[in-house]
Design a protein around this ligand. Structure first.
Ligand SMILES: Nc1ncnc2c1ncn2[C@@H]1O[C@H](COP(=O)(O)OP(=O)(O)OP(=O)(O)O)[C@@H](O)[C@H]1O
Length: 251
């Protein structure tokens, strides 16, 4: 039995004649944190689209907990425990932070569950946990519409986590954030690892550094390198493809 949570095996994705992913293989272990980087058009978003079932591979398969999921419809893949942030129910601006999180907890447990007093208590306890996780405890009574950009992103992450995904996919979670918000987001994501496997795409190298996780570099639809950021940053071939300029210029 494979110890991997997710296994992408030899996946090729074609758009017309163009291969956005070419015989790509990658695996993610339970509770691990991994970062995907690569130049524009490397295939990062296409890879996430393929994992969640939005895009079907022309060749190769995706396995989750040892079972083949490629070819399944998106909602069935989501039900198995894979969630990409934008698939989650959106934040309701007219509700408080706490009410938004409680709704997400309730959606996870099922509507009928909230009628039992014991379940109501569990719901509140889980909501408290998510407030602590997202660092939004002091903001719990604030309307979502009043939140700063970073806080809203943390709320969204909290709402996704309410569904207890085994694998969480985050596409540029720090876009538009201040340096301080970015640092807090890195801390939040690191605290998710262990309980959830997390695969993060980002272009912001300071953020990637703060995540302190193994990095996979994609290039032209293939895995180009894997390793830690320090190592990759000193790899002239990575510099060349990542900066899109000849090695001499990068030097
Ligand atoms: N639906 C589509 N139809 C045709 N081509 C597509 C489609 N989606 C992506 N592509 C192409 O596939 C390649 C990979 O795109 P993808 O968005 O996965 O790259 P990326 O690494 O996420 O890039 P970025 O960092 O710019 O978001 C690009 O050349 C893109 O133009």
């Amino acid at each position: 039995m494979s110890p991997e949570l997710l296994e992408v095996r030899g996946v090729t994705v074609s758009f017309g004649g163009f291969k956005a992913l070419q015989d790509l293989s990658l695996s993610v272990q339970p509770g691990s944190l991994r970062v995907l980087i690569g130049p524009n058009g490397a295939g990062k978003s296409t890879l996430l689209d393929t994992i969640i079932g939005k895009v079907r591979p022309a060749a190769g398969e995706v396995y989750f907990r040892g079972e083949k999921i490629s070819g399944l419809p998106e909602h069935l893949i989501a039900r198995r425990g894979i969630c990409r942030k934008f698939q989650a129910p959106g934040v309701l601006d007219g509700l408080s932070v706490r009410d938004n999180l409680r709704l997400a907890v309730r959606a996870d447990k099922g509507v009928l569950a909230s009628f039992s007093p014991r379940r109501r208590q569990e719901e509140e306890a889980r909501t408290d946990e998510l407030l602590a996780l997202t660092g939004l405890g002091e903001r719990q009574d604030v309307m979502a519409s009043e939140l700063a950009h970073g806080e809203k992103q943390w709320l969204e992450i909290g709402m996704v986590v309410a569904g207890r995904p085994a694998l969480l996919l985050l596409d540029e979670p720090t876009a538009g954030m201040t340096a301080q918000e970015t640092a807090q987001t890195a801390e939040l994501i690191r605290s998710l690892a262990g309980k959830h496997a997390v695969l993060v795409i980002d272009h912001d190298m300071q953020f990637v550094e703060l995540l302190a996780a193994p990095v996979t570099v994609l290039h032209q639809g293939q895995v180009f390198r894997e390793g830690d950021l320090d190592h990759l940053r000193n790899d002239p071939d990575v510099m060349e493809i990542y900066l899109g300029r000849p090695r001499e210029a990068a030097d």
